[in-house]
Design a binder for this molecule. Structure first.
Ligand code: PMP
Length: 441
């Protein structure tokens, strides 16, 4: 079975979808963090649908919620029409949002993917402000549709759309390991913020009047790069002072992942538009934007689409949000994440191929470097993508699924379910440590 399935995938499916598709696994069953392949092998899944599965695979509350809708005979596809399931999802979501944002906020169902919600956010900001320019950051990732690509950092994926990038200004993200200003930590972040502010105020900078600034609180695909809270507050101040709506993309960081229910809560920053997807659908496709009422410049029909609000996804999502809130899985992610970061830093001390260990909550990155090369002024050594690929392979051989990310594809990313037990966390770290030893040889 496996060989046939893998062969047909290789020969029939576009190779553009590289995300984990090369893994020699044909999953047949999954529960929690565990995925079982057709060959009977079991894996610990720290990719979890690219961070979608907050409660892991097939969590009983999610399965029960989906089953309830199916058994009720409710229509599964209702476009934008009001349903009890939608009402329940929206109420549950609003209950979890920072009060200052939730008060009088509007929600728009964009679905099915995160990139659709990013498009909607950019378009709404442009409609509301009547401006076209967009501010974004080095290393950003917002999706694969044209507008989302235009505000993403990777040149390779953006190249065919170069014409779209004319009105986009890329500001330096405070990546404290590979510091844009040759200084890391809080000082580097202050320099990055100061640069952004001066650029916006310089009439000769060529920055087109911004309709919005879009940012991630922790860059995910960009290599698990957390932004300091100070810097985030500076971005909030800078945009507020200039009447520029702030879009925060929490597609990957939302629903407890970073150790707060929403990653913006760490800094207290209240965005004008919040972009949500992945975990809010409880493993099914769902994407929304939540925004300040004053920005609601859309006339009926201004932004439509067929798949925006699937009852199964709403039920699975509401069940997930409720479970994370009721069980305090955000706080659990903070505590367990800190412990795992500490253990990974101990591993780093023994293995100079680990250049940096960073993250927030259960969104963790391990950057692999060439230890023989000279460090830059911040102490960062050149990234080692080949080594990172070997680590990923050795992880897989030991029954651990991880994906790579980052500017140079040299960051091993861990996105385990928030239901991770201490034992599972120990097993993940043991396997990763063994994989590093094997890959180093
Ligand atoms: N924004 C962020 C921060 C993401 O991490 C992603 C997906 N990795 C997206 C947007 C795009 O989401 P999707 O792949 O569902 O289009």
């Amino acid at each position: 079975l496996m060989a046939g399935v893998l062969h047909r995938q290789r020969t029939r499916e576009s190779s553009a979808r590289t995300y984990a598709r090369s893994f020699p696994i044909v999953p047949v069953r999954a529960q929690g963090i565990t995925v079982e392949g057709a060959d009977g092998r079991r894996y610990l899944d720290c990719l979890c649908g690219a961070g979608t599965l907050a409660l892991g695979h097939n969590h009983p509350v999610v399965v029960a919620a989906v089953r309830r809708v199916l058994d009720s005979g409710a229509p599964l596809h209702t476009l934008d029409i009001a349903t009890a399931e939608k009402d329940e999802f929206v109420s549950t979501l609003f209950d979890t949002l920072p009060a200052e944002l939730a008060r009088g906020a509007r929600i728009h169902f964009c679905g099915p993917a995160g990139t659709d919600a990013v498009e909607a956010a950019l378009k709404l900001a442009q409609t509301a402000t009547g401006r076209r320019g967009l501010l974004t950051f080095t290393g950003a990732y917002h999706g694969m549709t044209a507008g989302a690509l235009a505000v993403s950092g990777g040149v390779a994926v953006r190249e065919p759309l170069a014409a779209f990038t004319g009105e986009v200004t890329r500001l330096p993200y405070p990546y404290s390991y590979r510091c844009p200003f040759g200084v890391g930590g809080p000082q580097g972040a202050r320099l990055a913020a100061g640069y952004a502010e001066r650029l916006l105020d310089d009439p000769h900078s060529g920055v087109v009047a911004p309709a919005a600034m879009i940012l991630e609180v922790v860059q995910g695909e960009g290599g698990v790069v957390p932004a300091p809270d100070e810097w985030l507050r500076a971005m909030r101040r800078i945009t507020a002072e200039r009447g520029i709506p702030l879009i925060v993309d929490e597609v990957q960081t939302g629903v407890g992942r970073t150790g707060a229910f929403w990653a913006v809560e760490h800094s207290g920053v209240v965005p004008d538009i919040l972009v949500l997807s992945k975990a809010i659908g409880g493993s099914l496709p769902l994407a929304v934007i939540v925004y300040r009422e004053e920005l609601d410049a859309w006339a009926p029909g201004a932004h439509t689409g067929t798949f925006r609000g699937n009852l199964l996804a709403m039920a699975a999502g509401a069940a997930t949000l409720r479970f994370v809130a009721a069980e305090g899985l955000d706080r659990r992610a903070a505590e367990l994440g800190d412990r795992m970061l500490g253990q990974l830093r101990a591993l780093q001390a023994e293995h100079p191929v680990i250049g940096d260990v960073r993250g927030r909550g259960l969104m963790i990155g391990v950057e692999l470097v060439d230890p023989a090369a000279d460090p830059d002024p911040c102490g960062a050594r050149p990234a080692a993508p080949d080594l990172a690929r070997r680590v990923r392979e050795e992880c897989l051989r030991r029954g651990l699924i991880v994906e790579l990310g980052g500017r140079h594809d040299a960051v091993v990313r861990l996105l385990p379910p928030l239901t991770l037990t201490d034992e599972e966390a120990g097993a993940v770290l043991d396997r990763l440590a063994d994989a590093v030893v094997a890959a180093e040889r």
